[in-house]
Design a protein around this ligand. Structure first.
Ligand SMILES: CSCCC(=O)C(=O)COP(=O)(O)O
Ligand SMILES: [Zn+2]
Length: 257
């Protein structure tokens, strides 16, 4: 089914046709195929979206994300979307036939418009879900953010939107947690709220669901998503061993003789 802005005759197919493996229409299927092997996008859940200047590339909804082809990709213009009178109506430059756009679309758009991200990844990783379940057992108040420090992989994270450099080993990484909703789109207002409350965050956990991670470009979003998944898995194993996620190890200054 095409959106009102496209017809089968004018579906801007050229926007998803490129021999460049780094073109977003080629990269989204390639990334999702890799993410599927990690258990991040199995059973049609999860996905990824890429922004290139004004254009946003999106997957269809409910498809096996590891089997997607460039021809399945939706393309949306942020400028056209901003000018649209009805903000809930999406303005697609290209709509593949017989599909609906990903339910994650408004959440991806939040990362692009509020954080100027170039890529946003949504996973249903077991580790992300388990971390939110562990936090849930700690009760209201303590269940709204995941915190960890003094682990080398924390250096895989940027300091925050508009800031240069990465977090250090002794810095505490904080990832907000929002509650799940019956429909993915309804998460948007809570994701945006979490972005406002945690202006430096590059990720938001969704309880009993997964995680959204974004970055300035594909490389940075992927690096942070991988680092975060590593930390979530580590945190689950640490919990089993009774080890705390946050410790007050003092920074040591090496003395040279
Ligand atoms: C079993 S997946 C349920 C929907 C969801 O959480 C998700 O991330 C995938 O949504 P999409 O519309 O992209 O298939
Ligand atoms: Zn999801």
């Amino acid at each position: 089914m095409c959106s009102p802005t496209t017809t089968p005759e004018n579906n801007n197919d050229h926007l998803v046709q490129s021999s460049d493996p780094n073109h977003p229409a080629n990269l989204i299927p390639a990334l999702c195929a890799k993410f599927w092997t990690l258990g991040w996008v199995t059973g049609t859940g999860g996905g990824a979206s890429i922004r290139s200047d004004d254009l946003v590339y999106l997957a269809p909804s409910g498809v096996q994300k590891e089997l997607m082809k460039p021809d399945d990709i939706y393309v949306l213009s942020l400028a056209a979307q901003a000018q649209s009178l009805d903000k809930r109506q999406r303005v697609y430059l290209r709509s593949p036939a017989n599909y609906k756009p990903s339910q994650c679309t408004p959440l991806f758009l939040a990362a692009f418009t509020k954080r100027n991200a170039g890529c946003c990844i949504h996973t249903h990783s077991h580790w992300a879900v388990l971390v939110t379940l562990i936090l849930e057992t700690q009760g209201a108040g303590k269940d709204k953010e995941f915190m960890i420090n003094n682990i080398e992989q924390i250096k895989g994270f940027g300091k925050g939107f508009g800031k240069s450099g990465n977090l250090g080993y002794h810095d505490t990484l904080k990832i907000p947690v929002i509650e799940n909703t019956a429909h993915e789109e309804d998460l948007t207002e809570f994701l945006e709220e979490a972005m406002d409350k945690y202006p430096d965050t590059y990720a938001v956990l969704v309880r009993r669901h997964g995680v959204y991670v974004w970055g300035e470009n594909v490389h940075k979003a992927k690096t942070m998503c991988e680092s975060l998944d590593y930390l979530f898995q580590l945190a689950v194993e640490m919990k089993k061993l009774g080890l705390p996620w946050v410790t007050d190890i003092e920074p040591t200054v090496p003395t040279r003789k």
